[in-house]
Design a protein around this ligand. Structure first.
Ligand code: FAD
Length: 302
C-alpha cells in the first residue's frame, strides 16, 4: 500500500507532468473531483451545492510556483474569484496555498500578494483560508498568517494532525478559525506520525480540544468513524452547531455530504477548479488508491 502511495506522491511532484497537464484540459478522471477549468463552470457547480444547503470553499488550483509572473497571475485569478463570489452572492469562501502566491520565491513578495487578496476579501466580508502544505512551508505560512492577522480578521488556516507540533500550533492559534485535517503530504519520521492509528488518535484529540476551547472549527475528513465520534462528542458537551462545520472534497462521499447537510449540520465542500489540477489529483490518488475507481468509471462513462 505504501509503495502505491509513494508512487502517486512522486507523480504529484513531477514538474514536467504538472506543466504538461495544464494544456491537457481535465483528463484521467479528474473531472469527477475538479469543478471545471473556468470561473463560469465553478460558479455553476457552487450554485448547485448552495441549492442543496452546502457552502463551498473555492481553491483556484495551483501550487509550487517558482516564477513571479505566475504568482501574480494566480493572485489576479483569485481576485476574480472573490469578485465572482460577491457578484453571484455565492455561499462560499476562498482556500489558497501560499506557494501558489510566491512563498518559494520571496517571503515579502508572497506576503504582499496575500495581503491584496485578504484585503479585497475583507471588503466583501469573505473568509480566506490558508491551506497548509508540506513541512518546509509550515512556519513561513504561519508567520504570514500572523502578520496579516494584525490587520485582518477574515483569515484562518489548517492544522495537520500528523505533525508532532500540531498540538502546540493548535494552542497558539486557537483564536483563529481553523480547519483540522489528518495531513496529506509525505513527511519525515522526525517530524510526523507515520502510523494511521497514531494520526487518527491525534486527530480526534485536536478536534475535541478545539471544539471545547477554540473558535469556529472545520472538521475536514471523509472518515465516517471520525464524523460519528464528533457527532457524539458535540452532543455530550452541548456544543452548538454554529461552532463547527464538516468539510469534504468535491466529488467524494456526496451522499454523506448531503445527509449531514440535511440533518442540519453546517457542511462545506472544498471545490477545486482550474487548469493546474494534476498535483491535487495525484495526491487524492495517493491518499486512497481506491479513488482509482473514480478514474476508471470516468474513463468508461464518457
Ligand atoms: P482517510 O484516513 O483517508 O480514510 C479513513 C477512512 O474513511 C477510510 O478507511 C474509509 O473507511 C473512509 N473513507 C475515506 N475516504 C472515503 C471515500 N472517498 N469513500 C468512502 N469511504 C472513505 N491536507 C493537508 O495537508 N492540508 C490541507 O490544507 C488540507 N485541506 C483539506 C481540506 C478538506 C476539505 C479535506 C477533506 C481534506 C484536506 N486535506 C488537507 C487532506 C487531509 O489531510 C487528508 O489527507 C484527507 O482528507 C484523507 O484523510 P481522511 O480524513 O479523509 O480519511
Amino acid at each position: 500500500m505504501n509503495a502505491t502511495k509513494d508512487f502517486f506522491m512522486m507523480l504529484s511532484q513531477n514538474k514536467a507532468l504538472n506543466g504538461a497537464a495544464k494544456r491537457w484540459g481535465l483528463k484521467l478522471g479528474a473531472q469527477s473531483v475538479v469543478a471545471g477549468t473556468t470561473i463560469e463552470e465553478m460558479v455553476e457547480s457552487i450554485r448547485k451545492l448552495n441549492a442543496e444547503g452546502i457552502s463551498a470553499t473555492i481553491d483556484n488550483l495551483g501550487e509550487f510556483v517558482f516564477e513571479k509572473e505566475e504568482a501574480l497571475q494566480a493572485k489576479q485569478q483569485i481576485l476574480e474569484v472573490i469578485d465572482a463570489i460577491h457578484q453571484h452572492q455565492l455561499d462560499a469562501h476562498i482556500s489558497l496555498k501560499p506557494t501558489q502566491l510566491g512563498l518559494d520565491i520571496d517571503y515579502k513578495f508572497c506576503l504582499e500578494n496575500l495581503r491584496d487578496i485578504v484585503a479585497k476579501a475583507h471588503d466583501y466580508t469573505i473568509f480566506v483560508n490558508f491551506d497548509m502544505e508540506d513541512h518546509s512551508h509550515l512556519q513561513p505560512s504561519f508567520d504570514i498568517l500572523e502578520e496579516l492577522h494584525q490587520d485582518y480578521d477574515n483569515i484562518g488556516t489548517v492544522i495537520q494532525a500528523y505533525f508532532f507540533r500540531a498540538e502546540e500550533d493548535l494552542e497558539k492559534y486557537k483564536n483563529y478559525r481553523l480547519r483540522i485535517v489528518k495531513g496529506a503530504y509525505k513527511e519525515p519520521a522526525e517530524l510526523a506520525y507515520q502510523e494511521k492509528a497514531e494520526i487518527d488518535a491525534n486527530y480526534i484529540q485536536l478536534i475535541e480540544y478545539h471544539l471545547l476551547h477554540g473558535k469556529f472549527t472545520s472538521i475536514a475528513t471523509h472518515d465516517h468513524h471520525v464524523i460519528n465520534h464528533v457527532l457524539q462528542f458535540v452532543n455530550e458537551h452541548n456544543i452548538p452547531n454554529s461552532q463547527f462545520e464538516f468539510q469534504m472534497l468535491y466529488g467524494f462521499r456526496k451522499e454523506l455530504q448531503l445527509e449531514l447537510a440535511k440533518k442540519g449540520y453546517n457542511f462545506c465542500t472544498y471545490v477545486p477548479f482550474g487548469n493546474d489540477w494534476y498535483g491535487y489529483f495525484m495526491r487524492r490518488l495517493a491518499e486512497r488508491p481506491q479513488n482509482l475507481n473514480l478514474v476508471v468509471r470516468q474513463t468508461f462513462n464518457k
